[in-house]
Design a protein around this ligand. Structure first.
Ligand code: SF4
Length: 242
């Protein structure tokens, strides 16, 4: 195997929801966060993934080059920035072939470890779990500082960013929190848009299978009207959101 060895959970060859267009999505194994709404808790522990080389992944990506020519490749997870050298090597190979790349990150890794890999990607999909630090710790177990530093870095380098934000009842799904986030984001020129992701329970069975306690089983999933109101709040700040 050539290239850099890493661990992945799986790949999706026709991803339609992780960045622009149809994309080849590599789900990296391992994540430093423990989001209470996580629908992929099976990506958390690094040792559970399968080992693969960047060359092997790239050879597979090339098979789909025609299908992803208006989209590209997204490194997702888990947390792709937990394996920066592995991610870097995949991104370099894509860049040489003219394939558009995106990193979908929860922002759990300090900026000093990931600058170089961010520089190599064409765009970032950055999850801001909560703009309020205390709430972010309640939701993910960690501060939002790394994610906000990454956003600042993208602003300073002009890297395009799509913000992803889970609407979670009792936490982020309320008018006050949404106004706070919109207020925070409104001056960032690097942010192309915000994608609201309504909380859902599709991953609940995985928590059970892993023997983890799922704390949101009685939480109601947001409906279209909830998302519409969030979009409206963002629009009142001149922000593009869907
Ligand atoms: S960052 Fe993503 S993979 Fe990690 S715990 Fe949160 S939702 Fe799950």
């Amino acid at each position: 195997m050539g290239g850099v060895i890493g661990r992945i959970h799986s790949v999706e060859t026709f991803g339609a929801v992780d960045g622009p267009g149809i994309r080849y999505v590599v789900f990296f194994q391992g994540c430093p966060l423990r989001c209470i709404f996580c629908h992929n808790p099976d990506t958390w522990h690094f040792s559970r993934g399968r080992e693969i080389s960047s060359e092997e992944i790239f050879n597979d990506i090339k098979k789909y080059k025609n299908f992803i020519k208006r989209g590209g490749v997204t490194l997702s997870g888990g947390e792709p920035l937990m394996q920066p050298r592995f991610a870097e090597d995949i991104l370099k190979r894509c860049r040489r072939e003219g394939i558009h790349t995106a990193i979908d990150t929860g922002g759990g890794i300090p900026l000093r470890h990931v600058r170089q890999v961010i520089d190599l990607a064409d765009m970032l999909l950055l999850d801001i779990k909560a703009v309020d630090e205390k709430m972010c710790i309640e939701i993910t177990g960690k501060s939002n500082k790394n994610a906000l530093d990454i956003l600042d870095y993208c602003e300073s380098t002009g890297k395009p960013v799509i913000i992803r934000h889970v609407l979670l009842p009792r936490y982020t799904l309320n008018s006050e929190e949404l106004h706070k986030l919109a207020q925070y984001l409104k001056n960032y020129k690097c942010v192309e848009r915000t994608e609201f992701l309504p909380f859902h329970k599709m991953g609940e069975y995985k928590w059970k299978a892993l023997g983890e306690e799922y704390r949101l089983k009685d939480t109601k999933e947001p409906d279209r009207e909830d998302v519409r109101q969030a979009v409206e709040i963002f629009a009142s700040y001149g922000l593009n959101a869907i």
